[in-house]
Design a binder for this molecule. Structure first.
Ligand code: NDP
Length: 471
C-alpha cells in the first residue's frame, strides 16, 4: 500500500510543549509518523512554552517521552530529534510573539511556509495565542492552520465567544477543532462501514430500533488533569464532545459523499435535535469512593465521575427511540461500545432476547457487529459476526494524533468538528447541567472499580429495557 507522505516543508509549533498532552500524545505520534517515513526532508517541530528550557534539554525530554511509550529505533529517534527546536515565551505578550516569528524566519530561512499551530495548552490561554498569532501574521494569506483540542469553551456562551474571537483573526477553514476520539481508527471505520454497507444501514433506521446504548467505561481515575476535571465533571468532559460525536455518527443519515460539509451537516441535524426530558429519572450521577482523597480535589467536591442519561432525538425518524449514554471513571473495566438493540416482531415472546448490533471501539480498535439469533427451537442464542474487522492493521496504523496531524497537512476536515456541531452539543449539555443544578441532583458514591451506581439500571427500566453488558 502506498502511504501518504508529506511533500512540502512545514513548521509544527506546539504551544504548551512542556505539558502532558505534548509528552503523552503528540511526541509519540510524531515518532509514529517518522517510523512510517511520512515526513518530508525539511520540517521543523518547535516547542513554545513559558518554561525556560534549552533546545538540547527539550530534545532530551522529547526523546524520553517517545522512549517511554514504545520500542523505538534509535537512528530514527536521532533523525527526528534533529528537527526539534524550542522557544521560551509568554502566551500573552505580543513582544514575545514578534521575537518568535523572527526566530522562525531565521530558523527556516523562509517567509512563506505552512505553519501548524497546535494548542496544547489549557483553554484559558487560547485567546492570547490566537490574538498574538493573528497580529503577527506576515500577510493576510499566510498559511497558518490552528489546531485546537477540545474543550471548546465550557458552555454555549463561552464557545460562541471563542468562535467569534477566532473569526477576528483567522478564516474558519484554517481552524481545525480536534476531538481525539475522531482520530481513533475504529471511530473512523464506523463512518466508512456505514457508508459502504447497505444491509447495515437498512437496520440502522429509527423505526427498526428499540433503543441505543453508548457505554464508555474507564478504569483510570482522574489523572494529571484533576483540577480541570473537578471544575467540569464527566458530563462536560466526556459526554459533551466524545460521546455526542459517537451518537451522531451512529444515528445520522449517511451523507452521499464523504465531503466534510455534508458530514458536518448530517451530524448537526442530529445534535441540534437532541432532547432531554426534564425529570430526575432521566439522569444518574456518581462519584467514585476515593475521588475526594485524590490530589488537588476538594474534600467536599460534588463533581460527577460517572453519568448516565436518557435522551431522545426530536426527529420524525427517531421519534420515541430512547438513547442511553453512560460513562464513568475508576470502573471495573476500560471498555467503549455501542449497542443498537433492534425491535422485535410483535409475535415474539416478551422474554426472548432481541437482535443487537454491537460496535466495540475500545480497548481493541475493532468493530464487531453481532447479530444475536435464536437457534432453532432451543433457547440458546448464537452470535453471528457479520463484520469482525480490525479497524486498523499493518504498517499504516497511526495513533489518533498522528492521523489527525496528517489530515491537517492535507487540509482534510472530515474528522474535525464544525462550529455549529459544538454549539449544538453545548446547548443540550447546558440544558442538562442547569436541570441538575436547579434540582440539586448530587452524585451518589460508588465503590472504586465497581460497575458504577446500581441506579443506572432504573434509566433503561423506564422503557422496559436493560443495559447490555459485554464481557
Ligand atoms: P497542561 O495543564 O499540562 O498544560 C500544558 C502547558 O500549558 C503547561 O505545561 C504550561 O506550560 C501551560 N500552562 C498550564 N497552565 C497554564 C496557565 N494557567 N496559564 C498559562 N499557561 C499554562 O495541559 P495538557 O497538556 O494536559 O492539555 C493541553 C490541552 O489539551 C488542554 O486544553 C486539555 O484540556 C486538552 N486535552 C488534554 C488531554 C490529555 O490527555 N492531557 C486529553 C484531551 C484534551 P508553560 O508553563 O511552560 O507555559
Amino acid at each position: 500500500m502506498n502511504l501518504y507522505r508529506i511533500d512540502k516543508p512545514f513548521i509544527l509549533v506546539i504551544f504548551g510543549a512542556s505539558g502532558d498532552l505534548a509528552k503523552l500524545k503528540l511526541f509519540p505520534a510524531l515518532y509514529s509518523l517518522m517510523e512510517q517515513h511520512r515526513f518530508p526532508k525539511e520540517f521543523y517541530i518547535v516547542g513554545y512554552a513559558r518554561t525556560q528550557n534549552t533546545r538540547e534539554n527539550f530534545q532530551k525530554e522529547f526523546k524520553k517521552s517517545i522512549e517511554s511509550n514504545s520500542k523505538v529505533d534509535q537512528t530514527l529517534v536521532k533523525e527526528l530529534t534533529d528537527h526539534v527546536h524550542y522557544f521560551s515565551g509568554q502566551y500573552n505578550k505580543l513582544e514575545n510573539f514578534k521575537k518568535f516569528r523572527a526566530y522562525l524566519k531565521e530558523l527556516t530561512g523562509k517567509t512563506q511556509i505552512t505553519t501548524l499551530a497546535y494548542f496544547s495548552v489549557p483553554p484559558i490561554v487560547f485567546k492570547d495565542i490566537i490574538q498574538n498569532l493573528g497580529e503577527t501574521k506576515t500577510s493576510k494569506d499566510e498559511d497558518i492552520r490552528l489546531i485546537l483540542e477540545k474543550p471548546f469553551g465550557e458552555d454555549t456562551a463561552s464557545a460562541k465567544e471563542l468562535f467569534h474571537f477566532v473569526a477576528r483573526y483567522f478564516e474558519e477553514e484554517n481552524v481545525y477543532l480536534l476531538d481525539h476520539y475522531l482520530g481513533k481508527s475504529a471511530v473512523q471505520s464506523l463512518l466508512h462501514l456505514r457508508h459502504s454497507n447497505r444491509l447495515l444501514n437498512l437496520m440502522m433506521k429509527g423505526p427498526e430500533i428499540a433503543n441505543i446504548q453508548i457505554t464508555a467505561f474507564e478504569k483510570v481515575g482522574v489523572t494529571a488533569r484533576a483540577g480541570y476535571f473537578d471544575q467540569v465533571g464527566t458530563i462536560r468532559d466526556m459526554i459533551q464532545s466524545h460521546l455526542m460525536q459517537i451518537l451522531a455518527l451512529i444515528t445520522m443519515s449517511i451523507p452521499i459523499t464523504e465531503d466534510p460539509a455534508s458530514l458536518h451537516r448530517e451530524k448537526y441535524s442530529i445534535l441540534s435535535a437532541l432532547k432531554f426530558i426534564d425529570s430526575p429519572k432521566n439522569i444518574v450521577m456518581g462519584q467514585y469512593a476515593s475521588y475526594t482523597k485524590e490530589k488537588d480535589i476538594p474534600k467536599n467536591s460534588h463533581a460527577e465521575t460517572f453519568a448516565a442519561m436518557r435522551l431522545f432525538i426530536d426527529r420524525e425518524s427517531w421519534y420515541k427511540t430512547p438513547i442511553y449514554i453512560r460513562t464513568g471513571k475508576k470502573l471495573h473495566e476500560k471498555h467503549t461500545y455501542i449497542v443498537v438493540e433492534l425491535k422485535k416482531f410483535a409475535f415474539q415472546p416478551k422474554d426472548e432476547e432481541p437482535n443487537r448490533l454491537i460496535f466495540e471501539l475500545q480497548p481493541n480498535e475493532r468493530i464487531n457487529i453481532r447479530l444475536v439469533n435464536k437457534q432453532g427451537q432451543t433457547s440458546r442464542y448464537q452470535e453471528i459476526t457479520t463484520s469482525d474487522s480490525l479497524a486498523c492493521t499493518g504498517d499504516d496504523c497511526l495513533p489518533e494524533h498522528g492521523l489527525l496531524l496528517l489530515d491537517v497537512i492535507r487540509k482534510r476536515r472530515l474528522h474535525f468538528l464544525s462550529f455549529p456541531e459544538i454549539i449544538a452539543t453545548w446547548q443540550i449539555i447546558d440544558h442538562i447541567v442547569n436541570f441538575i443544578k436547579k434540582n440539586q441532583i448530587k452524585p451518589q458514591k460508588y465503590q472504586d472499580f465497581s460497575e458504577g451506581p446500581a441506579t443506572q439500571n432504573n434509566l433503561t427500566k423506564i422503557d422496559g429495557f436493560k443495559w447490555f453488558d459485554i464481557h
